[in-house]
Structures are given as structure tokens and as C-alpha cells.
Design a protein around this ligand. Structure first.
Ligand code: NAD
Length: 400
């Protein structure tokens, strides 16, 4: 078993090694003495508030496990535009290149300066650019409903079954978000035309499919591949390639589902899903829909993984949600998604499995003890105590 969960540099099935969560071996001595260089890019809105709590937890981990994290904070998003005139300032990008991984908050403030062109706005100029720059092609979003938060799930208890636990594996560097041509043009006076292009190649589909099947092997051994093969050429190719890749994994059941049905089934019977494999745009939408099942975007971490070098995988770790301008700066944001993103980073990039488990356990303990930020609070739960961002972070750091 390899120390590092993913070897993405080699997309062939036999070259990808995948382990996860508690199954990972502990860190070799050579890695435990290493200083891990981290770029912490908090971004906009609630980004700085939740990043502060994540760093607090990282410091607690550092102490408990005698690790060393060299954390450098840098501006990105509107904070980057304010500081250096660019959503992804050159110095921030340079820092990322020199780092072992990126811990990211979120970027974008929809109401800010509409005169700034789309391609210079944070979502495109920072987020999409970073994904491309570091070839972060695989996005993993675990969606788990904690049993104490059943009330926050919009589905009835009956539909929640014995618990919802879905892993959305989303292709992140291809498809409609990057395909060319991409433009808006005038076709006649008063008539505009917008063009986005969906493009996928066989190798792009193969490598993300391998990730999904490897992930499923360590879970409940089922992949639901999402496409729109009844309408899109891309869907036909996607389905063919995923079916071919599935032959390498006879122990994993494969089913195909049209994306519209997938969206509906997530609401009707989410317990049927183990791993959902999606192209970029479908994964974007379905992962947020799945996120609602966990009660709040504030509970959901994500990992975007790139190349593996030796014992480390370069990764980009961020909460599933955005900048939440409606609650920013009020100590209301739930820091758990950002904190669990730290746990994913320790596990998937550095193989620091014990430290990652300690964070997961501390989050579980905080929830079990009744602590709730506003997004997951229910007045009907007599044991629940409403707390702010800072208090939740303090409790989790203390739990570590
Ligand atoms: P959002 O995710 O910011 O907010 C949606 C809802 O979820 C809001 O009600 C918000 O309060 C809530 N929410 C999100 N995170 C929360 C948390 N940690 N704790 C408690 N509640 C939380 O989505 P939006 O409002 O559509 O987007 C706002 C901005 O964020 C936009 O500019 C968008 O482009 C950007 N965005 C950025 C990223 C990213 O940086 N990765 C992702 C999504 C959206």
C-alpha cells in the first residue's frame, strides 16, 4: 500500500494507488521531521474568519503531534485586487508554487465593482486559474450527514435511511468551464450570442474515472456515472470511456445515470449513492445539491488533487461553499468546512493520518457536545448551544 493516496501523474489504472481515511499507514520518520510549507489564501467574505479558525486548529495539531507547518498567508480574490491590483497577485502565485499545498478560503463578492471584466474577476482570474495552473483535475467532496444534524437535512428521516454518505468525484479541469471557443459576440444590432464549449478527451475521462473507481473500492464499491448521453456527444464518449475503465474494477458495480435523473434521485433516495462520478459542470451542480443534504455548506470540505511527487501530493483544499456575503464579518460562519479541509490536506497530501483523524474526531466531539453555529442550529434541540465562528474553532482546537 502506498503512503500517498493518489498518484495522478500516471493516469493508467495500475499506476494509480489510492488509499483513504483511516486505512492509510502512518507517516514514515523521514516525513514527520519535515516542515510542511503551506500557502493560506483566505480570500473574501467569510474566508478570513474561517481560515483563522483552521489555522488555530493546525497549530493545535502541530503541538500535539510535534509537527511543523510553515504557514504563509497571502491575498487572493478581491483581497488580491485591493492589495496588488489582481485577483491572483504574482506574489501569491509564486508562494503557491513554492508550497507543498494550498489551503484556500473562498473568493468573489457579486456586488463589487461591476466594471471589472469577467475574466479579471476572482472566480475566473483566481480560482479557475489556480486549478489550471496546478492541474488540479480531481475534486473530491465527501458529503456526510452527522446523525445529530438530521434536523438540518431537508429530507424526511425516512429518506435519510441509515445515514447519507456520498462522495462526489468531479472532473475539474475540462468540460464547459474551460472549452474554447468561449465568448460573447454581437451577431446583429441588438442581438448578442454567448458561446461556451464542452470538450472532453478520452485520457481526461479515463483518469477521473480511475479516481472514482479506486475511491469506491474503499467504500461501498459502487460508482454512479453521471452524464447526458441522450443529448450530448460528450455524454456518449463519457459513458463509453467510463464503461471501459470499469473493466479494471470487477469488484465495483457501475451504473450510468442521466444528470437530470441524478439530481432527482439525490432528493428521493440519496442512500442509493456511494460514489457519484461527474464531469465538471454536472459535478459543480450536483455536489452543491448533495451538500444541502449535510445540512449546510458550512459542513463540507473539499480536496482538489494534482500531481504526486515522491511522498506528497500537491493539493488545494477549500470549503465547498463560497464567500457567504450575507453573514460575513459577523462571527456567524461555520468554520467546520474549512477545518475539515485541513484534515483532508493532512491525509491526502502528506499522509498525516493520525493528525487528520484527530481533527475529524474533534469535530465529531464538538457536534456531539451540542455546539452549533447558526446554519446548523435548531431551537427544537434542547441540547444544542448556539455559538459563533470563533467559539466553534476554539472548541475544535481544544478537542485536538
Ligand atoms: P455561498 O456558498 O457563498 O452562500 C450560499 C449560502 O450558504 C448563503 O446563505 C451562506 O450564508 C451559506 N453559507 C456558505 N458557507 C457557509 C458557512 N461556512 N457557514 C454558514 N453558512 C454558509 O454562495 P453564493 O452566495 O452563491 O456566492 C457568494 C460568492 O461566493 C459569489 O461571488 C460566488 O461566486 C462565490 N463563490 C466562491 C466559491 C469559491 O471560492 N470556491 C465557491 C462558491 C461561490
Amino acid at each position: 500500500m502506498s503512503l500517498i493516496p493518489f498518484h495522478f501523474a500516471q493516469p493508467k489504472a495500475d499506476k494509480i494507488s489510492f488509499t483513504s481515511a483511516r486505512d492509510l499507514p502512518t507517516l514514515p520518520a523521514s516525513m514527520s521531521s519535515k516542515t510542511f510549507k503551506l500557502a493560506a489564501l483566505a480570500g473574501d467574505g467569510i474566508g478570513p474568519e474561517v481560515m483563522r479558525e483552521a489555522i488555530k486548529v493546525l497549530r493545535a495539531v502541530e503541538k500535539r503531534f510535534s509537527l511543523q507547518f510553515d504557514i504563509t498567508e497571502a491575498p487572493v480574490g478581491w483581497a488580491g485586487i485591493d492589495a496588488a491590483g489582481k485577483a491572483l497577485p504574482d506574489a501569491t502565485l509564486e508562494l503557491c508554487r513554492k508550497s507543498d499545498s494550498i489551503l484556500f478560503g473562498s473568493v468573489g463578492l457579486p456586488d463589487r465593482d461591476p466594471t471589472i471584466p469577467k475574466e479579471e474577476r476572482p472566480e475566473r482570474a483566481a480560482l479557475l486559474r489556480l486549478r489550471k495552473e496546478f492541474s488540479l483535475f480531481a475534486n473530491l467532496r465527501p458529503v456526510k450527514l452527522y446523525k445529530q444534524l438530521a434536523h438540518a437535512c431537508p429530507l424526511s428521516l425516512e429518506r435519510q435511511g441509515n445515514g447519507i454518505d456520498v462522495l462526489v468525484v468531479r472532473e475539474l479541469t475540462g468540460g464547459m468551464y474551460f472549452g474554447q471557443p468561449k465568448k460573447t459576440e454581437q451577431v446583429s444590432p441588438g442581438v448578442m450570442r454567448a458561446i461556451d464549449t464542452m470538450v472532453y478527451t478520452t485520457p481526461e475521462i479515463e483518469r477521473i474515472a480511475h479516481v472514482a473507481f479506486k475511491a469506491a473500492q474503499l467504500r461501498r464499491k459502487k460508482v454512479t456515472s453521471i452524464d447526458k448521453a441522450n443529448v450530448l456527444e460528450n455524454g456518449v464518449l463519457w459513458r463509453d470511456v467510463v464503461t471501459t475503465v470499469s473493466k479494471h474494477y470487477p469488484d465495483v458495480a457501475l451504473e450510468h445515470m442521466f444528470v437530470d435523473n441524478g439530481a432527482m434521485q439525490l432528493m428521493l433516495k440519496p442512500t442509493q449513492f456511494d460514489v457519484m462520478l461527474c464531469e465538471n459542470m454536472f459535478g459543480d451542480i450536483l455536489s452543491d445539491e448533495a451538500a444541502a443534504l449535510a445540512g449546510s455548506l458550512g459542513m463540507l470540505p473539499s480536496a482538489s488533487l494534482g500531481a504526486t511527487n515522491g511522498n506528497q501530493t500537491f493539493g488545494f483544499y477549500e470549503p465547498a461553499g463560497g464567500t457567504a456575503p450575507d453573514i460575513a464579518g459577523k462571527n456567524l460562519a461555520n468554520p467546520i468546512a474549512q477545518i475539515l479541509s485541513v484534515a483532508l490536506m493532512l491525509r491526502y497530501s502528506f499522509g498525516l493520518n493520525d493528525a487528520a483523524n484527530a481533527i475529524d474526531d474533534a469535530v465529531t466531539k464538538a457536534i456531539a457536545s451540542g455546539l452549533r453555529t447558526g446554519d446548523i442550529y435548531s431551537a427544537a434541540d434542547a441540547t444544542a448551544k448556539k455559538v459563533g465562528t470563533r467559539e466553534m474553532g476554539d472548541a475544535i482546537a481544544a478537542g485536538v
